[in-house]
Design a protein around this ligand. Structure first.
Ligand SMILES: O=C(CO)[C@H](O)[C@H](O)COP(=O)(O)O
Ligand SMILES: [Fe+2]
Length: 218
């Protein structure tokens, strides 16, 4: 069964406490927190104060996805704001190994993300340093985009690379996840499904989370 990480990017920001409590009462494992700076991605979402506010009501670990340039400047701040897992983008980190060490020194779990155009092979030298790899299945910056189909192949490649390296980490997929692609993703080897719009725009978000959790594979 996949772990489920609903993204609060698609929540009602004026009712954030209510939506965090919905996640608390659901079958989800994490709360996915999307931080966008208007530079690494075209959009701006929110920063540390909102992350800290979510943390005050959260009963599940915060999976914080930093879509920002120079993320190393803010690691301590997001750790203080309650981040349990911190994801940085390989495309934003010239000294990725150092950045991942820093995340771990702060007591958080280190995670690295790759954009749709970035090959899985570019991760080969740091796979032993992370507890999670996030494969973007849309171009980062916005919720509600369509899932990019080459994600399945990238997941399979990463599963193979992980086995060859003899290391362990979770594979997370983020962007356009729904009940059509979730079974195929889990079948390909995904451990963590992020879902924003599909959960929060549904009539019954708790039931939608449950449905994602229970996806059948072939
Ligand atoms: O990182 C993200 C966008 O950059 C979001 O986590 C992702 O888009 C989730 O939203 P949706 O499920 O609506 O696609
Ligand atoms: Fe995300």
């Amino acid at each position: 069964m996949p772990l489920i990480a609903p993204s609060i990017l698609a929540a009602d920001f004026a009712n954030l406490q209510r939506d965090v409590e919905m996640i608390n009462h659901s079958a989800a494992e994490y709360i996915h927190v999307d931080v966008m700076d208007g530079r690494f991605v075209p959009n701006i979402s929110f920063g540390m104060p909102v992350c800290a506010a979510v943390k005050r009501h959260a009963q599940k670990p915060l999976d914080v996805h930093l879509m920002i340039v120079e993320p190393e400047r803010y690691l301590e701040d997001f750790r203080k704001a309650g981040a349990d897992i911190i994801t940085v983008h390989i495309e934003a980190c010239p000294n990725l190994h150092r950045t991942l060490q820093h995340i771990k020194e702060l007591g958080a779990q280190a995670s690295v993300a790759i954009n749709p155009h970035t090959p899985v092979a570019s991760l080969s030298e740091i796979l032993g340093e992370v507890s999670q790899v996030l494969i973007m299945s849309v171009n980062p910056g916005f919720g509600g985009q369509s899932f990019i189909e080459n994600t399945y192949r990238k997941v399979r490649e990463l599963v193979e690379l992980r086995a060859d390296a003899g290391v362990n980490f979770d594979i997370e997929v983020d962007g356009g996840v729904n009940l059509d692609n979730a079974p195929l993703l889990v079948d390909a080897g995904v451990d963590v499904l992020v879902a924003g719009s599909f959960v929060f725009k549904s009539n019954d978000p708790v039931a939608t989370i449950q449905a994602l959790k229970g996806v059948e594979t072939d």
